[in-house]
Design a protein around this ligand. Structure first.
Ligand code: UDX
Length: 449
């Protein structure tokens, strides 16, 4: 058992923790733990990122994060390093490295494995590793075995815990500071005590702290994401039924969501879910099911429904203009995978643009935060133009396609919309008022409406 007495004394408030990986999960967790009064060392092997972060420059857009990083650098509770020697002065490590899809439906563990190799080299006393990245089921046990084998002769104990995060991009700081729940999968009473103490400041009436096995903690993360994604695909299926039965998906959503057993959240039908989490986590679970001969997968069908959403929407655009779109141009509102972020990873908006660009005359793209430079994947389409402002080129376009549910798009100026040559609006996020659009002689096409 780790020398908890020594660790508790050394880690009385403020606790000294090292965060490895400074992406969404790592930087948000690091800045928030620092804000809670702990001494946080953020370690990343990318010298460019670390030199920027030392100047409080955050490379991605997340509301309020830059301010929080700046504030805690000033308070000297948040520091940055590329050095494992510096990082291993502490003995509580949060592993928050990126585990992107490897293209075969499994998370790529290259970064994780290089971190583990470095920690095996640099750790010199009992330590606690906390896995915060989303890792394939069974990873915790695999790491724990390799750590205990590696450190056995050195008489060092390394506890490997699972503490999945549930941060949503665009509201990550609030999600960290006011979580619905904190999940702690710990292999021993000692690391359980240590992490309970670390998270104590967040425990409140509305925040439950669950202690469980590491296996359950790993699965809770996957199951939560897969359930939310399946809820979205279920509503997209209901939207298809609504279109055939004359129902209105907004009314159905409200009627369903009022049932506490269902809840109002994540019931928005639309172009489908994207981002660096849902699609990847679904694929990883489906892979696990296949390996373990688990059949009739709801999760697999939910992903299939999602992967079909953009194609169904393009069919609507084609059927509105007759199949030939060659002389048609569109303004596209929204490039990020969701609002309040500049993240375009697995964005359905980008997928739609790639699919429709070869069959139309021109596409004019606008997003409040996504920068043109970040979209090298669209460079090969000569008929794409990036707009600097929301209502540019409307007179050159036949219609408007809404792909991301930014607030900026929810109450558009009718007189500006009226410049669209064919006054047609394809609302892939059902954010506009269909009645108002129809009253103003726009052809308004949503999903499930
Ligand atoms: C998600 C989980 O919500 C979060 O708990 C986890 O930690 C990481 O993955 P995130 O990827 O930031 O967070 O996005 P989220 O807000 O969950 O949205 C995911 C996708 O679902 C977006 O593309 C969004 O547009 C779409 N969505 C969301 C819908 O289509 N309908 C909805 O009702 C809600």
């Amino acid at each position: 058992m780790i020398n908890i007495k020594e660790m508790m004394i050394e880690n009385s408030i403020p606790m000294k923790i090292t965060i490895i990986g400074t992406g969404y999960v790592g930087l948000v967790s690091g800045a928030c733990f620092a804000e809670l009064g702990n001494e946080v060392m953020c370690l990343d092997i990318n010298p460019k990122i670390i030199s920027q972060l030392k100047k409080a420059k955050v490379s991605f857009f997340e509301p309020d994060l830059q301010k929080l990083v700046q504030k805690n650098i000033k308070k000297k509770t948040l520091k940055f390093t590329t050095s494992y020697a510096t990082g291993c002065k502490n003995n509580i490590f949060f592993i928050c490295v990126d585990t992107p899809d490897n293209g075969f439906g499994s998370p790529d563990l290259k970064s994780l494995n290089s971190v583990l190799r470095m920690l095996q080299k640099k750790i010199t006393r009992d330590a606690v590793l906390v896995l915060k990245s989303t890792l394939p089921l069974g990873t915790n046990n695999r790491i724990a075995k390799s750590m205990s084998k590696h450190f056995l002769l050195k008489n060092i104990i390394v506890d490997v815990c699972s503490n999945p995060e549930f941060l949503k991009e665009g509201s990550a700081i609030k999600d960290f500071m006011q979580p619905d729940r904190i999940i702690l999968g710990t292999p021993s009473e000692s690391s359980k005590a240590l992490l309970t103490k670390l998270y104590a400041p967040l425990k409140s009436k509305s925040t439950q702290l669950f202690h469980m096995s590491v296996e359950s903690a790993e699965l809770t993360k996957y199951a939560s994401n897969a359930f939310l994604a399946t809820k979205i695909s279920f509503m997209n299926e209901v939207a298809l039924i609504a279109e055939k039965s004359g129902g209105n998906i907004h009314e159905v959503r409200e009627g369903m969501g009022a049932d506490r057993r269902i809840g109002p959240d994540f019931l928005n039908a639309g172009l489908g879910f994207g981002g660096s989490c849902f699609p990847k986590d679904m694929k990883a679970l489906i892979n696990f099911e296949k390996k373990n001969k688990i059949k009739n997968s709801i999760i697999e069908n939910a992903l299939k429904i999602n992967q079909n959403q953009v194609k169904l929407f393009i069919k609507k655009i084609r059927s509105t203009f007759g199949s030939n779109l060659k002389d048609k141009s569109f303004v596209i509102w929204g490039l990020s995978f969701k609002p309040n972020t500049d993240d375009t990873r697995d964005s359905v908006a980008i997928e739609l643009i790639k699919l429709i660009a070869p069959s139309v005359k021109s596409l004019y793209l606008f997003d409040p935060k996504v920068k043109k430079d970040s979209l090298s994947k669209l460079k090969k389409y000569p008929n794409i133009t990036f707009l600097n402002s929301q209502y540019e080129n409307f007179n050159l376009a036949n219609g408007l396609i809404i792909c991301t549910e930014w607030n900026d798009f929810k109450d558009p100026k009718i007189n500006k919309l009226a410049k669209l040559q064919d006054r047609v609006i394809f609302d892939g996020r059902n954010i506009l008022d269909s009645q108002l659009m129809n009253e103003n002689n726009f052809s308004y096409i949503g999903i499930g409406l």
